[in-house]
Design a protein around this ligand. Structure first.
Ligand code: ITT
Length: 194
């Protein structure tokens, strides 16, 4: 008997995110087809709302089902900044700017959040979320370079930043892993992950 492989269309302009989503969903035997356009990103204070709106608009425009993800780094001492503005802040002040804002601040807790939204044309979007707690490092610690990875130390691996982890290691613990795992569970079983 031939069973067809489950595939998703992942709309993102970020090659690092596409690579991570591909690695993560491979663990669940789901194939990722990159879609290199994503319709609008509204300004909103929560990433679930941003992801859902973008998934709906992109699915209508593309005329097919799509998945989009909105992610962000939320730093406690900065009242959740950069949060939903993570992309703009990364492109402007970057990791160095965040470390400057954090100078002299002892409380360095932060959380990475991911909101993954699936939508079919003429349907309402579904959203799956994941988060991972950690701390902001005192200096940039590079390995692989993706976004804020060089300054985020997950609590589960207190000796290394995300950047210093191998990609496979990150893809088994990250905020993105947790959100995509919920999507995969729903795809494979038709139920929400308990
Ligand atoms: P899309 O086209 O998929 O929207 P994007 O780069 O705009 O790509 P997001 O809005 O989801 O993606 O993410 C905002 C920024 O947060 C992103 O550009 C990175 O700088 C950073 N970021 C997101 N996930 C990250 C991760 O796992 N590690 C490090 N930085 C991350």
């Amino acid at each position: 008997m031939v069973t067809s492989q489950i595939e998703i269309n992942f709309a993102s302009n970020n090659v690092d995110k596409i690579a991570e989503a591909t690695n993560i969903l491979r663990q669940f035997s789901i194939k990722v087809n990159p879609v290199d356009f994503k319709v609008r990103e509204i300004q909103a204070s929560n990433i679930e709302e941003i992801a859902a709106d973008s998934a709906k608009a992109t699915a209508e425009f593309a005329g097919k089902s799509v998945v989009v993800e909105d992610a962000g780094l939320f730093i406690s001492s900065l009242m959740g900044f950069p949060g939903p503005y993570s992309s703009f802040v990364y492109q402007t002040i970057g990791c160095g700017g965040i470390l400057k804002l954090m100078r002299g601040i002892h409380k360095r807790t932060a959380v990475f959040r991911s909101a993954v939204s699936y939508c079919e044309p003429h349907h309402e979007p579904r959203v799956f979320t994941g988060e991972l707690e950690g701390k902001i490092s005192l200096t940039e610690r590079h390995g692989r370079k993706f976004g804020y990875d060089p300054i985020f130390i997950p609590d589960v691996t207190p000796s290394k930043t995300f950047s210093e982890m191998g990609l496979l290691e990150k893809d088994q613990v990250s905020h993105r892993f947790k959100a995509f795992k919920k999507l995969a569970f729903w795809f494979l079983t038709g139920k929400e992950e308990p």
